[in-house]
Design a protein around this ligand. Structure first.
Ligand code: G
Ligand code: MN
Length: 252
């Protein structure tokens, strides 16, 4: 219950902070994916709390639709500046996480449409990340959300892919552009043959389905080399870039 008041206050007083984490191309894949925006909660003592700690509470108390809108507003203000200053490449793609609750919120689409119309950010530079589990739990909402957001020109990624139960069969139904291979399989893939096999399987089936693949939690160069060998298209993780405040210039 304490989370409710802390999160509500954080929304009112702008106590959330946005970080970005760079995404790089492996295998000479055409660039495009540039970074993912990640939200953190700032405590009074200045300490940052990671989303894993507060998002379950925000979901339970129905605060995610508000937080998702706050993120989009901040990201668009930041990107509008980047594009105006020619700091964004023509083919840059920026990844924004969405909660399951927002998938069912039809007014969110209008919110995106309005936000796009107020700036010169190209719609194809925005990719919405939907977790595989949220998409499957609200399948009809997810299907119409994906269709609608793609009709605006934006892209869609299936986040944390592989943790759901029926991952592969839903790939046929969900018309996404990117699969993000769940970091839990990537992190230990050099020591755990099952994890390595799962990463390979997701990468293969993703390619057959016509999607580009992105590995999360690439924590060192050895994992990056193995992913390159397997043929994964893009990578992100602490070994490539530690998330940093959005105002910092991206180093890569
Ligand atoms: O659900 P999603 O995959 O969007 O969550 C990403 C979270 O994981 C972020 O909070 C981010 O800071 C964190 N993260 C990013 N890269 C790594 C990594 O290489 N290792 C670990 N353990 N966490 C990471
Ligand atoms: Mn994500």
């Amino acid at each position: 219950m304490e989370w409710v008041s802390q999160l509500t206050r954080a929304l009112q007083d702008n106590l959330f902070v946005l970080h970005k984490q760079c995404i790089i191309a492996l295998n000479g894949a055409a660039s495009g994916p540039s970074c993912e925006f990640l939200v953190r909660l700032k405590e009074r003592n200045g300490k940052l709390i990671l989303p894993g700690a507060f998002i379950p509470a925000a979901e339970r108390y129905n605060l995610m639709p508000k937080l998702d809108r706050w993120v989009l507003t901040q990201v668009f203000a930041h990107l509008a500046q980047q594009f105006a200053a020619h700091r964004a490449k023509a083919d840059s793609i920026y990844f924004i996480n969405l909660s399951g609750a927002t998938l069912g919120d039809e007014t969110y689409l209008q919110f995106v449409r309005d936000a796009l119309s107020r700036t010169d950010i190209p719609p194809q530079a925005i990719c919405f990340e939907v977790t595989e589990t949220a998409a499957i739990a609200n399948l009809s909402n997810a299907l119409s959300f994906i269709r609608n957001v793609k009709s605006l020109g934006c892209k869609v990624a299936l986040d944390d892919f592989g943790t759901g139960l029926s991952s592969f069969s839903y790939l046929k139904t969900l018309a996404a552009d990117y699969i993000k291979i769940d970091g839990g399989f990537v992190r230990d893939m050099l020591h755990d043959p099952m994890d390595a096999a799962i990463v390979e399987a997701i990468n293969n089936i993703g390619h057959v389905a016509g999607l580009k693949t992105i590995a999360e939690f690439v924590e060192n160069a050895a994992i990056q080399a193995r992913l390159t060998e397997i043929g994964v298209d893009y990578a992100q993780g602490y070994g490539i870039h530690r998330p940093e405040l959005i105002d910092t210039e991206c180093v890569i």
